[in-house]
Design a protein around this ligand. Structure first.
Ligand code: BDR
Ligand code: CA
Length: 303
């Protein structure tokens, strides 16, 4: 079992990624660290605790960054992830609280405790990870793998024509992480937009397990509505954050190439993740995905 830390800004697709991780026997969830992003960090923590409760998991939750490294935090994207971040689900009152330890200290502690073993799957802005390598740069050589949902290397962005949302939310954090020497696999829009969770799947979830399936379906319905408002006829939504978990479960879902990727830190291309041709590779970038195989696997695990 691979020990993993899942870094989230729980929103709808983060919640689906949490369900996938909790239900994957290949992974041992050491803890979930939270960051601002889709919602403010205290809401991301609340949502994470609630999703875990619905899944019957007692994995520890550690709250992290409230703000980007050097910029003002952007508004929550409630039109995409719902009023509280979990789509149409509004009654979110988890019984459990987050641990007292800060997310950044937890990341450093776990990597030091299990040298060479920990996989970090980051599906929100990269602020917690950037703060961890700034505080203890030595951890970069002791992490087994960092799987990042973020970036758009050979495709347009989703929050601007150039930038993907997680990178755009804290470009300086992404820049810090990309330069840190951490062993990164980038799961960006190049591959996540090739995945599709069809709306039909939600009816099947509701039938199979009215409790958990009903909860996940109510949440995801809202997210699909947003997708369809941008892409009429889409018939579903992309599985951005779950694909990062999928790659941690099995690298065979994707084809990746070693590339040097840089983040634009100013101008209208702010947050763009561009290749530096001929540059020394600083990560593996996923460029293709066996989408049907992955979606089938995801569906076979969550409910
Ligand atoms: C990413 O942005 C967030 O809104 C999603 O949760 C995902 O992590 C997709 O660009
Ligand atoms: Ca996310």
């Amino acid at each position: 079992m691979k020990p993993i830390i899942l870094d989230v800004d729980t929103g709808v697709d983060d919640a689906l990624a949490i369900a996938y991780a909790v239900r994957s026997p290949e992974l041992r969830l050491l803890g979930l660290t939270t960051c601002f992003g889709n919602v403010p960090v205290d809401e991301a923590t609340r949502n994470t605790l609630y999703v875990l409760e619905r899944l019957g998991s007692d994995a520890p939750v550690l709250q992290g960054a409230q703000e980007p490294l050097r910029r003002k935090r952007k508004e929550a994207v409630r039109h995409i992830h719902g009023e509280k971040g979990l789509g149409g689900v509004l009654d979110i009152a988890p019984a459990r609280k987050a641990e007292r330890q800060h997310a950044v200290d937890f990341i450093i502690e776990q990597v030091r405790k299990l040298p060479g073993q920990v996989t970090i799957v980051s599906v929100g802005p990269l602020t917690n990870l950037a703060l961890a390598v700034q505080k203890d740069p030595g951890i970069a050589e002791w992490v087994d793998q960092v799987v990042i949902m973020g970036g758009a290397v050979r495709v347009p962005g989703n929050v601007t024509p150039h930038a993907e949302a997680n990178i755009h939310s804290d470009p300086e954090a992404a820049d810090t992480v990309f330069r840190s020497g951490l062993p990164i696999t980038l799961v960006g829009l190049d591959v996540t937009l090739k995945t599709l969770l069809a709306r039909d799947a939600l009816a099947a979830w509701r039938r199979k397990d009215p409790e958990l399936g009903g909860f996940l379906a109510e949440m995801t319905d809202f997210y699909i509505d947003f997708y369809e408002s941008c892409l009429p006829g889409a018939g579903g939504c992309a599985l951005h954050d779950p694909l990062a978990v999928g790659v941690a479960v099995s690298a065979d879902f994707v084809t990746a190439e070693p590339l040097h990727v840089q983040v634009r830190l100013d101008g209208e291309e702010l947050g763009r993740t561009g290749e530096l041709p001929g540059g020394r590779p600083n990560m593996r970038v996923c460029l293709d995905v066996r989408a049907d195989e992955f979606v089938k696997h995801f569906l076979s695990r969550v409910i």
